[in-house]
Design a protein around this ligand. Structure first.
Ligand SMILES: Nc1ncnc2c1ncn2[C@@H]1O[C@H](COP(=O)(O)OP(=O)(O)OP(=O)(O)O)[C@@H](O)[C@H]1O
Ligand SMILES: [Mg+2]
Length: 431
């Protein structure tokens, strides 16, 4: 019997937010299935959070010290998937210069997560069925039967029964995979979890980008809970990040929130992710992450720069005419700016001026510049022109760390080819 305290502790361990009965039930089934060697089929709409379930099942199983490999069946070309999963012999096809072990061989004793199983070609399905039935497989181009002991966890966001009816999925494999079904409920059926998740994502965002978190007023919370979220948690996360990034106001009311909620559900980008080949967290990570970071840094830099110019002027280091010409730049600063021409006590070119901090003013935002001259700051600004490259390097390092330096997975996570990744590793001199 699994207690609710045990379910809570699993949620905490795997960063799963929410308390709805449907979610708790799904976690409970995963916990019950974990210690067995049964094949598990995780179903649920795109973005509902299926991936964490595969991790729970492996981590709570006796195989936890064995390997865990997650494969996105939809992302591997049909021509190579057999060789990726089961390996090949040297010379078995053009380009097969060396023999290669497949995932089922290297994961012997561990678990394989087959994501987007509905995308698996029929020929591969036959091989998979065999390995599930008796642990046997044959490498591409070989006739030797090999044995492996792998636990299979599969996931899909498509209706496999329909796929069976259309002849795209083997019926026998469907029943074999579905030994333990786990249904991950859509977000719209999780009630207050929506608000809890929103809070989690806005808090994460605020910590990451060092800003005050946004919060929702009561009406906004009600509106959020009514929204159907066809893209589920992935869509909610996007929404939380968009609002955190774009809204000046930190307390969000229903009218403001409403502007971010799409009205035409059929045209939501999040709704398309299910149809795309990428199901792992890569979509939450690479491009959008870089873009947000660049935008956010830029916005912050602009704000800092405006303050800097203003402070510099107030301490007599800038000519009022220059500032007056660009009044509109300062409109978004908290304290209104008034410039008068008489305050041009010093016309020393600003670039060579050490930054003077007025101790009587609130200079919190400038603290970090205290020991720097404007020249240093300008150099820093120059460096910022390289920040796209810096960010790219950062993202590459993160992706490599995330995948234990497995370039193949890191490349796929970053949405670039393995060859491009090699080139970039060299270019940025990454160890
Ligand atoms: N309960 C949860 N608490 C916090 N974050 C969650 C939760 N469930 C999912 N997420 C986050 O939501 C995003 C989408 O989840 P995930 O990638 O697991 O979806 P999925 O069901 O695999 O979708 P797809 O079918 O498109 O692959 C991820 O960033 C994940 O970390
Ligand atoms: Mg997924």
């Amino acid at each position: 019997m699994i207690t609710s305290a045990e379910i809570q502790s699993v949620k905490q361990r795997f960063g799963i937010i929410g308390n709805s009965p449907l979610l708790n039930h799904a976690i409970q089934v995963a916990m019950q299935a974990s210690p067995t060697d049964m094949t598990v089929l995780i179903t649920g709409e795109s973005g509902s959070g299926k991936e964490s379930f595969s991790k729970i099942i492996h981590a709570l199983s006796v195989r936890k010290h064995g390997k865990f490999i997650a494969i996105n069946c939809g992302a591997i070309p049909e021509g190579t998937i057999d060789s990726e999963l089961f390996g090949h012999e040297k010379g078995s096809f053009t380009g097969a210069h060396e023999a290669r072990k497949g995932y089922f061989e290297v994961t012997d004793g561990g678990s394989i997560f087959l994501d987007e199983i509905g995308e698996m070609p029929l020929g591969t399905q036959a091989r998979l069925l065999r390995v599930l039935e008796n642990g046997e497989f044959i490498k591409v181009g070989s006739s030797k039967v090999l044995k492996t002991n792998v636990r299979v966890i599969a996931a899909t966001n498509v209706n496999l029964i329909k796929a069976v009816e259309k002849g795209k999925f083997r019926e026998d494999l469907y029943y074999r995979l579905n030994t333990v079904p786990i249904f991950v409920p859509p977000l719209r059926e999780r009630g207050e979890d929506i608000v809890l998740l929103f809070r989690k994502f806005t808090t994460d965002f605020s910590e990451k980008y060092k800003v005050k978190p946004v919060s929702l007023d009561a009406d906004a919370k009600t509106l959020l809970m009514k929204f159907p979220f066809p893209g589920n948690i992935r869509q909610l996360k996007n929404l939380a990040e968009q609002i955190s990034l774009l809204e000046q106001e930190r307390e969000i009311d229903a009218a403001t929130l409403g502007r971010y909620l799409p009205t035409d559900q059929t045209r939501l980008p999040a709704a398309y992710t299910g149809a795309s080949s990428s199901t792992d967290s890569s979509t939450d990570f690479s491009e959008r992450d870089i873009l947000y970071k660049v935008l956010f840094d830029m916005k912050k830099d602009m704000h800092e720069l405006k303050k800097l110019v203003l402070e510099s002027y107030q301490s007599g280091g800038l000519n009022a005419n220059i500032i007056n010409k660009h009044q509109n730049l300062f409109e978004d600063l908290e304290s209104p700016v008034s410039f008068d021409e008489s305050n041009t006590s010093s016309n020393v070119p600003a670039v060579n001026m050490p930054l003077v901090i007025d101790p009587h003013k609130n200079n919190e935002d400038l603290d970090e510049y205290e020991d720097e001259s404007i020249e240093d700051i300008i150099h820093e600004e120059d460096d910022n022109s390289l920040s796209l490259e810096k960010k790219e390097k950062e993202m590459i390092i993160r992706a490599l760390q995330k995948h234990n330096n497995k370039r193949k997975y890191a490349a796929s996570d970053l949405g670039i080819s393995e060859r491009t990744l090699y080139r970039k590793i060299k270019q940025y001199d990454i160890d």
